[in-house]
Design a protein around this ligand. Sequence first.
Ligand code: ADP
Length: 490
Amino acid sequence: MSTTTTIPAPGNLIGGAWQPAISGQTFENRNPADTDDLVAHHAASDDRDLDAAFAAASEAFPAWRRTPGIARGNILYRAAEILASRVEAIARELTREEGKTLKEATGETMRAVAILRYFAGETAQPHGEHYPSASPTTMLYTLREPLGVITIITPWNFPIAIPAWKLVPALAYGNAVVIKPASDAPLCTIRLAECLVDAGLPAGVLNVVTGSASALGDRLVTDERSVAVSFTGSDATGKHIRDLAGAHGKKVQLELGGKNPAIVLADADMDHALTQVINGAMMSTGQKCTATSRAIVDRHIVAEFTERLAQKIGALTVGNGLDGATQVGPLINAKAADSVAEQVEQARGEGTELLVGGRRLDGDHARGHFVAPALFNDVSPSSRLGQDELFGPVLGVIPVDGMDEAISVANNVRYGLSASLFTRDLTRAMRFVQEIQAGIVHVNSETAGAEPQVPFGGYKGSSSYSREQGKAAREFFTQIKTVYLDPSPS
Ligand code: ADP
């Protein structure tokens, strides 16, 4: 039996009003750790709701654009404080809708607070540059101006941090937003929007539309009132959006998958490397684009390292994230859990040795979408397990002979999001930083992590060569106006 009650979700936010879908339809959202726990009903929107959202955003944009950045920043500061005061309640809801542990959910919600604070501060930073002119009387400078209405499409795996790191800079730089969160976890986007509304965000500047992408159709990406699309999600959807949005002349930003390596050299601090590699692979149940999925380990230490990895991974406590003892939560839904278990079976079928985990869990776990954290030994770098993103709690060990082979194996995938190296040797660390094809590089820390003040994004197939967060966010969410100002033409 569930010990939690269904949350009365307020519906879509359109033009400053919370409202049901025009169709009156809703869809339900259940706790992936306990499908008896009905978390909420959300508005099942269609293109009529989207039409209203784009209309509201277009109407609100001119006044928001003219609002001084400092005033926009003050709203973001207030929203940060409101969100900080609600962290405990929202983190519980995050755990119920997405499954990650309460500790992780609390950290993620605090990250959204940090994002609000950072971009509130950014609104007071210089947003242009002054240049010398060839003309003695001309003042020559640039301004950063907002783009207009932005469409934001987010995944379920960081249901408050990813919406925050897209919509907060979009708003800070003066854009209006229509956001569609993933149907598996829309509640946190709603909670973030509530904080912004309570902080005084003008009606229509931010609009939230929930529902399935298939019901909303291509309009989400093609509506002519929106000038740009920022998307985080799967490769296939990202490519579809890139092509469609590109064909409609929009600016597009994509954050896609990863196959992130952690290289462990023979001189590494083994205890530290073990903890970091396991955290990188198993936190968030491996469901993050920065998760570690390949441990590339020097042959001199691989036997001991692998044995200790297997022992520790096998001892992880899997369960409901609301339970304080849980270290690894469920997969997001039955399809995801089945897919991970199937890919594990496939790899075994191809002859790769499974040391621990990998099976759907039943018994006490039968009401949730659980897969036991898995470790594969001696993975072939060119196999599917060595190349494809699983998006689950599965780690493969790849033995290598030294640094050169490690870097070559690490780079030989289509992705390039994040990468780690564990060593005590500074020269090797410097070489790794130079040679690795990844947008985010760690030395002696796990592959995951995203502080708001620095750029986030990947090389190769992991991104669209744009970056999110920090000063880099300004590149996507603004455009440059160059001003030749001559006050005394003669
Ligand atoms: P996942 O469901 O695993 O997060 P997706 O890439 O399918 O990965 O979904 C990420 C986001 O993109 C979700 O909000 C989803 O509803 C949305 N989405 C899926 N398909 C489309 C599409 N064809 N057009 C626009 N958005 C889409």
